[in-house]
Design a protein around this ligand. Structure first.
Ligand code: NAP
Length: 312
């Protein structure tokens, strides 16, 4: 959804104000951009299946009976199906050990019919989550959770991106937000969201400041940001008074009751562009997952073909 595909509404144009006090921020519509990304992934999935006779396939692994996690997995399976991507569902009991989960993930990694693997996060507390993530073959890590994926993002090398950070960058690009030289403040440093989004912003030549629960004077630091990424997990945490007028605000948070990490009503009076919750970052996460599953299928097929060609 570059502007050529989808012109900014007059409200969104007005959301880049010379005088920010008299207008509200434009919305960065993740739902619409995600629909475009998924439509392209679906076309590629269909072409792949016609070419190879094989349907791209995402394996989802759910451990335990957390209702929110079960809902997320179901949603990802439904969206996969709609996009012509097959899915394999593995549901393990809450008392699954790290070794058992690792063995399951290794089995899926070795299965040629599975192209992408998603381990729903978080896993029950007794499991070594890092060990489980690292059991996923990096070539099938379509959710971008392995150290390999993190290193690829950090070194700006090809590889799968963590889906939410990758989706955030795509949103910023689609809305022509200048990244080079911009000061981006990331609030949160989790391995799947805060840290990788900072790495991707850095790779786009932003000047990145990471903040977290031990950061002093957080509001003052946020006030210096051209771009704010809120990835905290606390409802309405970022206040409008923390924002520089005209800042671009990405609210990655998703808290109970469809509430983001940014006080939307306050922030909208100050920011130039802002992602709504819901309908901002969330849909982009699933869109990237599906896109990367098709990428994985294509890459694995190329590898097999190359190996066959090498034998002849
Ligand atoms: P997380 O692992 O709990 O990390 C939260 C981060 O926020 C930590 O780095 C923590 O700092 C920091 N933090 C906590 N309190 C803070 C404070 N008072 N001041 C500054 N920083 C503070 O959470 P996550 O997995 O990154 O998720 C963050 C949010 O994004 C949640 O709302 C989650 O639901 C949402 N999310 C959305 C999507 C999506 O698809 N839209 C995907 C993933 C996550 P420390 O490191 O110092 O503890």
């Amino acid at each position: 959804m570059t502007n050529a595909h989808m012109p900014l509404t007059s409200e969104e144009v007005a959301g880049r104000p010379s005088s920010p006090s008299d207008v509200t921020a434009g919305l960065m519509r993740g739902t619409e951009l995600a629909a475009e990304v998924v439509a392209k992934a679906a076309d590629r999935a269909q072409a792949f299946q016609q070419r190879t006779g094989v349907q791209p396939c995402l394996a989802t692994v759910l451990v335990g009976d957390d209702p929110a996690s079960a809902t997320y997995v179901k949603m990802k399976q439904n969206r996969s199906k709609k996009a012509g991507i097959g899915s394999v569902s593995v549901v393990l009991p809450a008392e699954t050990t790290t070794d058992e989960l690792v063995a399951q993930l290794e089995k899926l990694s070795d299965d040629p019919a599975v192209h992408g693997i998603l381990l729903q996060h978080p896993v029950p507390g007794h499991i070594d989550e890092r060990a489980a993530f690292e059991a996923i073959d990096p070539g099938k890590d379509v959710d971008g959770v392995t150290m390999h994926a993190f290193a690829a993002m950090a070194f700006d090398e090809p590889g799968f991106r963590s889906c939410t950070p990758g989706g955030i960058i795509r949103l910023l690009e689609a809305y022509d937000v200048p990244l080079a030289g911009a000061h981006a403040v990331v609030i949160g440093r989790s391995p799947i969201l805060g840290k990788p989004v900072g790495m991707l912003l850095l790779a786009s030549n932003a000047t990145v400041t990471y903040t977290h629960s031990k950061t002093r004077d957080l509001a003052d630091i946020v006030r210096t940001a051209d771009i704010v990424v809120a990835a905290v997990g606390r409802a309405n945490f970022v206040k409008g008074s923390w924002l520089k007028p005209g800042a671009v605000v990405i609210d990655a948070g998703y808290n109970e009751g469809n509430v983001g990490d940014v006080d939307f009503e306050e922030a909208r009076q100050v920011a130039s562009l802002i992602t709504p919750v819901p309908g901002g970052v969330g849909p982009m996460t699933i869109a990237l997952l599906l896109e990367q599953t098709v990428d994985a299928a294509e890459r694995q097929n190329e590898t097999v073909q190359q190996a066959e060609a090498d034998l002849t």
